[in-house]
Design a protein around this ligand. Structure first.
Ligand SMILES: Nc1ncnc2c1ncn2[C@@H]1O[C@H](COP(=O)(O)OP(=O)(O)OP(=O)(O)O)[C@@H](O)[C@H]1O
Ligand SMILES: [Mg+2]
Length: 308
């Protein structure tokens, strides 16, 4: 049985079990680029009743279809300081509850002025090492624990991909760069579903000599547009390169609905922050995340987050 057939069978089983699933018309409306095993699996996963609705864990032990699947080591992630769905009451989880609220509200269209591509959120900074990947992963994890939000975390730092190092996901394989190189590439094939039911990862893909140019290309503009519309019910988070070191991050920024701009406390120069913010003026929503700030409550050496 092909993987598509398996996904179709799974949908039929869910229908028979009285669970609402996307209609055939809805499914066929998806652009061909996204019609794939993994995508069908994502549709299936959306249709499943949320396990967290009754307070149960949002960690899925068994993937609901034959999609590419990777089991994240949640214990290691928690040990490394990341938000994980099985530990909802940690300080980092509380901090990211505050961080995600306005982003989700904007993405859900709860604004007086509608926001284009509001579900596309770029996590960037002025210079390297300010905590972009740390923040992108935490934001994705935190949003994935919401009852009605699904998240796609994209490794858009294509020159120096970090998600395999942090999440343990495979470092080789198809991803964003493959989709940018070939119009016929089926992006769904590259998606990695995880044991956090509502979290899917798109790796950076096959290394390419002109990776940074690809990221700033017309193909990227088209792909983002497609992603924003095809996955309009999903928040898409881009772990991105720093703004002052690369040019593609600035191009990417012009296509995003929202930007989370990470500033490392007591490290990043004020002039760099100002210059970097100047490069993303066009983006309608910019939130600044003050990373590793000392707080009085935590004592002189504590770390924390804050909005500014
Ligand atoms: N709030 C935090 N608490 C603890 N550790 C943190 C925090 N923020 C960042 N770090 C650590 O600092 C290091 C750099 O962070 P990270 O890799 O997220 O930065 P980056 O901006 O993505 O860097 P690059 O520009 O190289 O991609 C990592 O080891 C990360 O785990
Ligand atoms: Mg990084």
């Amino acid at each position: 049985m092909s993987v598509i057939e398996k996904a179709a069978k799974r949908l039929e089983e869910l229908r028979r079990a009285g669970i609402e699933v996307p209609s055939e018309t809805e499914q066929s409306a998806a652009s061909s680029r996204f019609q794939s095993t993994a995508d069908a699996a994502l549709a299936t996963s959306r249709a499943l009743p949320s396990p967290s609705a009754n307070g149960a864990s949002v960690i899925s032990k068994v993937p609901s279809s034959a999609a590419t699947f990777f089991g994240l080591d949640l214990a290691k992630l928690a040990k490394d300081g990341f938000v994980t769905p099985d530990i909802p009451r940690s300080r980092i989880a509380d901090e990211f509850r505050i961080v995600k609220r306005p982003l989700i509200a904007n993405a859900s269209g709860k604004r007086a002025q509608p926001l284009k591509n509001a579900n596309l959120i770029m996590v960037t900074s002025a210079v390297p090492g300010e905590g972009k990947t740390f923040s992108a992963v935490n934001l994705a994890m935190s949003i994935a624990t919401e009852l009605d939000q699904t998240v796609l975390l994209v490794d858009a730092d294509v020159a120096r991909p970090s998600l395999p190092r942090v999440l343990g996901t495979p470092s080789a394989g198809k991803g964003l760069l493959d989709a940018l190189q070939s119009k016929s590439f089926d992006l769904g094939r590259a998606l990695i579903r995880t044991n956090v039911e509502k979290l899917t990862v798109l790796p950076s893909g096959t290394p390419h000599a002109n990776a940074t140019e690809l990221l700033a290309s017309d193909a990227m503009v088209k792909l983002l547009d497609e992603m924003a519309n095809r996955y309009s019910d999903r928040i898409i988070i881009f772990d991105s390169p720093p703004l002052l070191v690369t040019t593609e991050a600035r191009v990417l920024a012009t296509l995003m609905g929202q930007i989370l701009f990470v500033v490392r406390a007591e490290s990043t120069l004020q002039s760099d922050v100002k210059r970097a913010l100047g490069t993303i003026e066009a983006c309608p929503v910019k939130l600044v995340l003050f990373n590793q700030a000392r707080t009085v409550a935590q004592g002189a050496y504590g770390y924390g987050y804050g909005y500014h």
